[in-house]
Structures are given as structure tokens and as C-alpha cells.
Design a protein around this ligand. Sequence first.
Ligand SMILES: [Zn+2]
Length: 231
Amino acid sequence: MVIGLIKVEVLFTSSAIGTQILLKGEEEDILVDAGDGVLRDLVSRNYDFSRLSGILITHEHIDHYCGLLPLCYFMAQLEHTKPLRIVAPSGGGKVSGLVSLSTLLPLLEVERAKPNCTIVIGSFTIEPFKVDHTVDAVGYAVSDKGGYKVVVSGDTRVCPELEKQLSKANVAVLDATFPDCMESDAYLHGHMTEGQALKIAASVEVKIFIHKMDLNYYKKMSCRKRSPLEI
Ligand SMILES: [Zn+2]
């Protein structure tokens, strides 16, 4: 999908497994979240790793960051020398720990995503914004030089900050973990239904729904009985 100068590619997305979204610019790319299988997702596309300049983590649930270790290790094997910036909320303690295990990319230092503090990576201007999940979490509004704006919600309930960002977005990549008939489950676990996502993004030209739950597995998960749920 080509949007302005930004191509949005959902590499993979499934709740409790992994979500990874590649935002491709003219000369470099940004990855939003890095769950299970992200390295295989990229390699299977014959991805040019020299293009990867930043990784934005929305929150520290494992299905959003566990793929960082193999990814960073593989890039080190490729002798990736370009600075790779990794951004995560709350200082990214778990993310930092995982990245440090790769040991081979000395340039890596996890930066803190501060809501409403702009980050510039190459031609991308990035604004983290606070969302409403079961742990500290942010969404990211990513704009290119042409002014096109892609908003990635991360995991969240409906919240004012997300609605505000969507009012000026060209593309919305939205949590739609549960079907509309499971709205109470969605709220309990800090997510949206597809209907809620559709409603808050009504004015956005392009809507992409992510993080859908495989309900066959969900029915078997003990976490259904817990709150908050770490998915
Ligand atoms: Zn989550």
C-alpha cells in the first residue's frame, strides 16, 4: 500500500503471537513493533536490512517486542553499521534487556518514547502519544516530508489521544483484537473491537485493522479469567 511517500506493510499480526508493521520511506524504513517471527517475516521478503533506521515499540507485552533479539543479532551478523534507533515507552526496561543480549550492536541504546515529544528519524517525524492499555503504552503518529500521516494505535481501548491523532491522519493502523460481539472482553483486556476501531477512524481515508485474536486459542487461554490480561 503506497501512501504518499510512506508504504505501509503489515508483516504479520495476531494477538498474543506477534505484530510487526513496516513503514517504508523513500530511502529508509521504520518498524513498528517486533513480535514473534519478525526476522523471518523480513527475510522471507528478501528485505534490505540496510534500510532499517528505527524500531518503535508500542509497549512491553511480549508479542510486541520478543522478536528484537533475533532481529538485532541477525543485523549484527550483517555488520550493520548505520545507527539503529530503538524507541520504547517507560524507558523500555524489558526491551533494553532483550536488546543487550544481542551484544553485537554497540550503537543500540533504547530511547524513551515521551508522549507529545517529537522524534526525527531520517525523513520521518514521529510523535508518540499516550494510549489506554493494561500497561504503559503509546501509539505513534508518523509523518513524512510530504505531510502524510500514518497513525499506529498499538494495543489500546478507545481513548481521546488516539481520536485526536486520527482526526488528522491519512492512514490508521488500528487495534481490532476482538469481534464486535465481545466488547466487554475487549475493554477488560485493554483493546478495541473492529466496530469501535471503524467508528473512531470514520474520517480516515485508509483503515488497516491489526492484532486480531484467534478465538480458537482465546477460548483455551487461562488468561481469559484474569484481569488485566497480558495480551
Ligand atoms: Zn498488549
